[in-house]
Design a protein around this ligand. Structure first.
Ligand code: SF4
Ligand code: SF4
Length: 143
């Protein structure tokens, strides 16, 4: 399972600010404006993230247990730009910082092994040998 689905730490740690145009449908901005508030003349913030204990209003989560962004297809670019650690082969300082602040271990490359296994699976059967090319099927025996 994708680690973000059992985390949510970054959505309850950082101030999430971005250019106001991302909330303007006339400019192609997808973020619901009513979930934001003004931050400065150029930027808005996701409501709830400009608090002493930040938590985005769009976050539906029990941190470290289950998590989803309730506006996922419409989330701001800053949210899209935060990778989970090792998702793309390198650590993510923001991900690590948020997880550690919430008492969760930083992700490692091992947290993505499920994805490698899935990529090697030709038929979605988790129990057969095509999930692991290092364990080939035994040769057929003549009857
Ligand atoms: S802190 Fe990292 S693992 Fe957790 S939701 Fe954010 S990007 Fe995903
Ligand atoms: S908009 Fe979604 S991804 Fe961004 S901080 Fe809020 S809950 Fe997290």
């Amino acid at each position: 399972m994708h680690p973000c689905l059992t985390c949510g730490a970054c959505c309850a740690y950082f101030r999430v600010s971005f250019h106001w145009s991302e909330t303007d449908p006339a400019l192609g901005g997808p973020v619901p404006a009513d979930l934001t508030e003004p931050f400065d003349p150029h930027r808005v913030v996701m409501r709830g993230t400009w608090e002493q204990k930040p938590r985005c209003v769009a976050l539906d989560a029990e941190i470290g247990v289950r998590s989803r962004c309730s506006i996922h297809p419409q989330r701001p670019t800053v949210c899209r730009d935060v990778p989970a650690s090792w998702e793309f082969g390198e650590p993510s300082p923001q991900c690590d910082k948020a997880r550690i602040a919430w008492g969760l271990p930083a992700l490692t490359a091992a947290d993505w092994r499920w994805r490698d296994d899935a990529a090697n699976d030709d038929d979605s059967n988790p129990d057969d040998h095509d999930n692991d090319p290092s364990t080939p099927l035994p040769p057929m025996r003549a009857a």
